[in-house]
Write a protein that binds this ligand. Structure first.
Ligand SMILES: Cc1cc2nc3c(=O)[nH]c(=O)nc-3n(C[C@H](O)[C@H](O)[C@H](O)COP(=O)(O)O)c2cc1C
Length: 422
């Protein structure tokens, strides 16, 4: 879910009353229930920690359009969603650059215990200079160093989650022992960036650790994923790029001494459905016309992800090479989409968008795509409205189920087991 606990479609035809209701959890709870009804693996909750001012050097563009701000912390939604569902995985986003590892390990362990094994964690290094400044830094930590920190961060939190044995709680009324002290240990971790004595002051999460997810696109991001992650998200717009990403990542996972199937790759898709194929194609044409009429929307979005002020460039001049300390993989992909900024903004895709038609048509296209890629699955993105949620969960998902391509019932109580079952 993009812009998770922010404002969705406040001035759009299907945005409902979100302009008034955005601080309430209802949309998120309804969405989670719909996703569970459609037997989704998980809901990923995007997050960021700053008010962007990258486009045109002011916050004005973003605040006026409610783009990425205002936005609540999504973590408090997790227990509410957990209460409203029984099997759906819930994956909040956590910054490895700014969260203290002990606090994060405890928070996620608590949520994982509360939800009996359904919470995951999307690890991001946080890419914006403004986010770094909100946490007291003058400038952001350098891109590759952030990933080195992230690596150590995951090592500490994993050790904290393992600081209690699975059978540490004995609850022996005869001897008066609730926890067996021999089964709880300090971790005495002292690394380059973090130190923590441990043990965690809550019990071991079911299965030892929650589901770990990551979406970094640079080689450093992929290496980070290959060492630790259960799932990786990849946003590219062509089948060729998907194939290259998946092959590369699986090689890295194998090189890290793991089974490549232990790390699922999910490709970001944005389908367009209609009552008929022609209607869906018409919707795509209209969306493309809107994109072309307002290139600044894509450019401002990209500015906030890459910390580059695209308002300062000539829209029709060749853009050339650019570098960033922000999202490097995202910038590289962005620049590949055209020669000038106008071309790039016209061609810009949020992921793979060539899934167009009735729910049946889209399901068939997804089947073909998966056949060609060899695995593992997709994550849906897009502007969240109740209409879009219904299109995906009541339209596309049942069409996939009818083809036998996705589950019709959850097999396992824990998120990880359901994730790995496909
Ligand atoms: C599907 C998807 C979801 C993401 N969610 C977040 C997020 O919630 N918060 C965030 O700061 N970055 C998010 N990112 C950005 C990635 O964490 C990463 O910074 C980006 O893909 C660039 O990777 P790189 O820094 O390795 O080049 C997301 C990326 C993708 C593709």
């Amino acid at each position: 879910m993009n812009n998770t606990y922010g404002v969705h479609g406040w001035n759009q035809p299907w945005g409902g009353a979100d302009g008034y209701d955005w601080t309430q959890p209802d949309l998120h709870i309804e969405m989670a229930k719909a996703l569970e009804r459609a037997r989704f693996d998980f809901l990923l909750m995007e997050d960021s920690l700053f008010v962007p001012d990258n486009y045109g050097g002011s916050m004005g563009f973003y605040l006026a359009r409610a783009l990425r701000a205002p936005k609540n912390d999504p973590v408090p939604l997790v227990p509410l969603i957990a209460q409203a569902t029984t099997h759906l995985g819930i994956v909040p986003t956590i910054s490895t650059s700014f969260y203290p590892p002990y606090l994060l390990a405890r928070l996620i362990a608590t949520l994982y215990l509360m939800s009996t094994g359904r919470v995951g964690c999307n690890f991001v290094t946080s890419t914006a200079e403004r986010a770094a400044q909100n946490f007291g830094l003058d400038a952001h930590i350098e891109h590759d160093l952030r990933y080195e920190m992230a690596d150590e961060f995951v090592e500490v939190v994993t050790k904290l989650w393992a600081s209690w044995d699975e059978d540490a709680i004995v609850m022996d009324r005869e001897t008066g022992m609730f926890v067996d002290p021999a089964k709880v240990r300090p971790i005495d971790f002292k690394g380059r960036f973090f130190a923590s004595r441990g043990p965690l002051n809550t019990a071991r999460p079911p299965q030892g650790r929650p589901v770990l997810v990551q979406a970094g696109g640079s080689p450093q991001g992929q290496d980070f994923a290959s060492r630790h992650m259960d799932a990786v998200l990849c946003a590219v717009s062509t089948i060729e790029e998907m194939k290259v990403f998946r092959t590369d990542l699986r090689q890295r996972v194998a090189a890290a001494g793991r089974d490549p199937d232990a790390c699922k790759v999910f490709f970001v898709i944005l389908p367009t459905v209609g009552e008929t194929d022609a209607e869906a194609k018409d919707r795509v044409r209209r969306r493309q016309a809107q994109r072309e009429a307002a290139p600044e929307l894509s450019l401002a979005q990209m500015a906030s992800l890459t910390d580059i002020d695209f308002a300062a460039f000539d829209l029709d001049a060749p853009i050339g090479e650019l570098t960033t300390n922000g999202q490097q993989g995202t910038l590289k992909r962005f620049l590949k989409q055209g020669r000038t900024l106008r071309e790039i903004a016209h061609n810009y895709r949020y992921g793979y968008e060539d899934l167009v038609g009735t729910p049946e048509t889209v399901a068939a296209q997804m089947a073909e795509l998966m056949e060609e890629l060899g695995g593992d699955g997709f994550v849906f993105t897009g502007s969240v409205t109740r209409r879009y949620i219904a299109e995906v969960t009541d339209g596309i998902a049942p069409a996939l189920q009818r083809r036998g391509l996705v589950r019709t019932a959850y097999e396992h109580p824990h998120f990880r087991d359901n994730l790995m079952a496909f």
